[in-house]
Write a protein that binds this ligand. Structure first.
Ligand code: NAD
Length: 263
């Protein structure tokens, strides 16, 4: 398909999971994919695969919580590709823990990646997108940003912040008529490796409990569909948000959760 031919898309946290799925789908649809992540090896393998399949993929090492890193990522996109059309602020981390047990450093780590990372992504992408004809920014929140759960306060708070920040930024773009739409996407429980690492009260993964352990009911059993979602089911929503088919949507939430937040 050539649905996104000539479009330059930046995807953060693209080495694994939902970001990797998005990178492969947008590349197959003709987009020039700039995949960024902390993990170089996995990302190099991803972009090599894209390029071998006849697509265009480019990796940039990137910590989304660093403003200096954002400035150099956007500089590199500008000098190499000259434009930016779609941004998916996808990188994210999560750690569980009771409020009374949670280390401030763990809370701050989640805030830095999930909230600072999205703020910086919008802040530094917008000028280039505006100057090259507008486009679509997709901020990856979660059902956790809509429905809070016990034992997961920090993650839920970061994802609610992403939801709210998205609306303020979208209102500014709408007022400026800069041609950039900004929305949040809210996956439910999706079968990725994030479930291997977020189950623990500390960053090093100690206090681990088995995958899909109960997070205040946040298990596949608590989903009306009775199953986790697939990566592709989330990527399909990203494709729609990135395309002109969603041209009247901004500052809004696309919830893809098998009914999790419906009742
Ligand atoms: P994942 O762990 O498979 O992938 C996340 C990627 O982000 C990894 O490649 C990791 O290296 C990268 N990353 C982490 N910190 C980073 C940083 N500081 N800078 C750059 N990259 C960084 O997880 P996933 O499930 O694919 O999650 C993707 C997004 O979807 C996250 O924002 C997550 O919170 C959100 N989400 C996931 C689910 C789910 O059930 N899997 C549900 C709702 C929302």
């Amino acid at each position: 398909s050539d649905k996104f031919a000539g479009k330059v898309i930046l995807i953060t946290g693209a080495a694994n999971g939902i970001g990797k799925g998005a990178a492969m789908t947008f590349a197959a649809a003709g987009a020039i994919v700039v995949a960024t992540d902390l993990q170089a090896d996995t990302s190099e393998a991803l972009v090599n695969g894209i390029n071998q399949a006849g697509g265009t993929g480019h990796f940039i090492a990137h910590d989304v919580s660093s403003e200096d890193a954002w400035i150099s990522v956007i500089d590199e996109i500008k000098s190499r590709f000259g434009r930016l059309d779609i941004v998916i602020n996808n990188a994210g981390i999560g750690f569980t823990g009771l409020v009374t047990d949670m280390e401030l450093s763990v809370w701050q780590k989640m805030m830095a990646v999930n909230v600072d990372g999205v703020f910086l992504g919008v802040k530094h992408s917008l000028p280039l997108m505006r100057d090259t004809g507008g486009g679509s920014i997709i901020n990856v929140s979660s059902v956790a940003g809509i429905k809070a759960t016990a034992n997961f306060s920090g993650y839920c708070a970061t994802k609610a912040a992403v939801k709210s920040f998205t609306k303020s930024a979208a209102l500014e773009s709408a007022a400026a008529q800069d041609g950039v739409r900004i929305n949040s996407i809210h996956p439910g429980i999706i079968d990725t490796a994030i479930w291997d690492t977020l189950i623990g009260t500390t960053e090093d993964g100690s206090n681990e409990v088995p995958r899909a352990a109960t997070l205040g009911g946040m298990t596949a059993e608590g989903v009306p569909f009775g199953r986790p979602g697939t990566i592709q089911e989330i990527v399909n929503g990203m494709v729609w948000l990135a395309s002109d088919e969603s041209s009247y949507m901004t500052g809004a939430e696309l919830v893809l959760d098998g009914g999790f937040t419906a009742g």
